[in-house]
Design a binder for this molecule. Structure first.
Ligand code: GCV
Length: 672
């Protein structure tokens, strides 16, 4: 019989220490209580100790009990679900697992922070997906591909000897929103990640994350058996290669018994893969899956593939992966980006979803704002992810991944308001039914203040922000018209000698004297036919296609009449102008917020809203002035005259790479 020890853990909260509002506390800005409530539990484990510590430090209500329950109700909530109930002034948190109790704890504290009435709770929660992971694109040298919040959090050179306190803070933040996995390194993976020396460092991180319910995964380089193992080949059907991976998996699991598995980018953008040996993606994935399976590990195999072929890039992942449906092992999940191209401000959903009924699929969202103004612009992304779920049922997905926007900046995400995207990613990964607006409100309340004078206007700003970015960057289904070398500013005119056509904006916008947009109808590239018939009927028709996707699917004449009654050209001008107006409005609203926000975060965000407003003008002028050389039409009334000339903007070359966010002095300004 298990020894049953009643632990009445009373941990007095530490004295409130005043600290600068540097954004480091994220949404976890709980006030420490001076005399803590009674927190009771019979369980003593690292995870439950964390839960008890949180409640003792921050729970302002009455007694709380934490209990493991294996009854049918809790069993039906799965391994991570939980209930919270109140009776006679006692709040009871119950789950079949300790992890569930930790999630219940954060739920309770969230309710308290948001000012909810916690006196009569009856809550049941169960996550929609079993696997809810962040994908870090962090490199061994500390840089982060498409990361705009400093260097990597992982200090490989110090590990395992020095274990930064930020690792536990990171894990705590993730646990508080239900994220249960982290892929530590870039999908453009270095083979050295799997070296024995490095695995000891990975173990040190896994040990910190474990009590928070977070599993560690690694991105692996498919050619590791050659580059690290000294083999002559990485052919997945070669017995020595399979054995190399098996031995490597055994080594990993000896160190990290709960290791999650591998994430693989293969035969994509120059990465090695099974196709180098004329094997399929399924053969490559299955070989790795076989090595992990005895340990309970999984392979997340990315479907982000395209090559410089004649086929429309938007079609390629489907063409390559759909024929493999049913061929993947049951511990492989094919990871598909939400749209068919690449995390653009707006894309239709990828047609692979729904097209591989015999394969486990997961969606990959991008939390970092590679194509949405980096960490200079506010683009609250919950509405974008909800848009995806308006087409794809969560039940058809096995898991969800988000490319992290986290770095070693003190405020984690560069822009204080970009923390909302990390938060929203976790909340929606747990429950995709949540409303974007509710998530925005609860995030604002916890991160800043519950004062309605702040929360109401800022919720509106957040809710409008993604659409504003679409408007001033790429309205009406335009996509990938970014400058060469970075994905920050506009360069729809870009031409680079010898560059792959599908890396150039003209490939995507197809502007000419007749009109604008990529013809993906049955008369064009026919990408539309990859969707189910009911959707083809809509997207293929110029009349029925939602205008938000019209230039994605159609080459539209400049004088085509839009729903508003305007011509395409006028509508385009109107959308760019609307984006500029919104960005200016955000800056104005923020100015009114100074009484409610500490001065540190107030000025940091102000500065970024100013950049966003002036970048919006840059985008509008660059795109409209350039497209006007084709439409040869005038700006309609109500649309501002350009501040910048095309000649001026064509000279702009930002001195940034894949790893930086431009500073204000690098950007074109209306005062230049
Ligand atoms: C990690 C885009 C990005 C690359 C990224 C790639 C991917 O092409 O620009 O930086 O590489 O997507 O998702 O693999």
């Amino acid at each position: 019989m298990l020894k049953s020890v009643l632990l009445a853990l009373l941990i007095c909260g530490a004295a409130v220490t005043s600290r600068a509002e540097d954004g480091s506390r994220l949404w976890l800005r709980y006030d420490t209580v001076s005399s803590s409530a009674k927190i009771e539990t019979r369980i003593d484990s690292p995870t439950v100790r964390l839960a008890v510590g949180e409640l003792s430090s921050f729970w302002k209500g009455g007694k709380v009990e934490l209990q493991l329950m294996a009854d049918s109700r809790h069993y039906s909530l799965g391994n991570e679900g939980y209930t919270i109930s109140t009776r006679n002034g006692v709040t009871t948190l119950s789950s079949v697992s300790e992890k569930g109790l930790l999630y219940a704890t954060y739920h309770l504290l969230r309710l308290q922070s948001c000012g909810a009435d916690c006196s009569n709770l009856d809550i049941s929660e169960k996550p929609a997906f079993d696997i809810r992971v962040l994908n870090h694109w962090d490199n061994p040298d500390g840089t982060i591909e498409r990361g705009y919040a400093g260097q990597s959090l992982w200090k490989w050179e110090e590990l395992p000897a020095v274990v930064s306190p930020r690792y536990a803070e990171y894990a705590r933040a993730n646990a508080s929103i239900g994220i249960n996995g982290t892929v530590l390194n870039n999908v453009n993976a270095s083979p050295d990640v799997l070296s024995s020396d490095n695995l000891i460092k990975v173990k040190a991180l896994a040990d910190v994350f474990r009590p928070y319910g977070i599993k560690v995964y690694l991105s692996v380089n498919f050619a590791s058996p050659i580059k690290l193992g000294g083999l002559a080949t990485a052919d997945p059907l070669d017995g020595k290669v399979a054995e190399w991976w098996k031995v490597k998996a055994d080594e990993i699991y000896t160190l990290i018994p709960d290791f999650g598995g591998f994430l693989v980018k293969a035969n994509s953008e120059g990465q090695p893969g099974p196709c180098d040996y004329h094997r399929t993606h399924a053969e490559g994935a299955n070989m790795l899956a076989a090595a992990l399976k005895p340990h309970g590990g999984i392979v997340m195999w990315r479907a982000f593939v395209y090559s410089p072929s004649d086929d429309d890039r938007a079609k390629q992942a489907y063409l390559e992966f759909r024929p493999l449906d049913g061929q993947f092992m049951d511990n492989v999940i094919v990871q598909v980006k939400n749209g068919p191209i690449d995390f653009q401000p707006r894309e239709p959903y990828s047609p692979l979803f729904g097209a591989m009924p015999h394969t486990q699929l997961m969606v990959e969202f991008q939390v970092t704002q590679e194509y949405l103004g980096h960490s200079n612009h506010l683009a609250y992304l919950a509405p974008m992810w909800k848009e995806f779920y308006s087409y794809i049922a969560p039940a058809d997905l096995k898991a969800v991944a988000g490319v992290a926007n986290i770095g070693d900046n003190i405020n984690w995400c560069g822009h204080d308001l970009a923390q909302s995207n990390w938060y929203a990613f976790g909340r929606l990964a747990w429950n995709p039914e949540l409303a974007s607006r509710d998530i925005a409100e609860e995030w604002l309340e916890q991160t800043f203040t519950a004062d309605k004078e702040f929360v109401s206007p800022m919720t509106e700003v957040m809710m409008e922000s993604r659409e504003a970015v679409v408007d001033y960057m790429m309205p009406l289904g335009l996509h990938h018209i970014f400058a060469w070398g970075h994905h920050y500013g506009p360069e729809p005119w870009c031409e680079i000698d010898g560059a792959r056509p599908d890396w150039l904006p003209k490939y995507y916008h197809q502007a000419d004297a007749d009109g604008l947009g990529f013809d993906r109808t049955e008369n064009g590239s026919d990408a539309v036919s990859q969707y189910p018939d009911s959707i083809v009927a809509v997207f293929n028709s110029l009349e029925k296609c939602p205008e938000e996707f019209i230039l994605w699917f159609h080459h539209v004449p400049w004088k085509h009449k839009m729903a508003s009654g305007r011509t395409l050209w006028d509508e385009l001008c109107f959308r760019y102008q609307r984006g500029v107006d919104s960005a200016k409005h955000f800056a104005e609203v923020w100015e009114e917020m100074s009484p409610y926000v500490d001065s540190e975060r107030y000025s940091a965000v102000s500065h970024r809203f100013d950049i966003q407003a002036s970048d919006a003008v840059w985008w509008k002028d660059a795109c409209l002035e350039y497209f006007r050389t084709f439409s040869r039409m005038k700006y309609p009334s109500g649309v501002d005259k350009p501040v910048f000339s095309l000649k001026q903007l064509k000279k702009v070359k930002l001195p940034i790479d894949n790893y930086t966010c431009p500073s204000a002095d690098m950007l074109p300004s209306a005062n230049d």
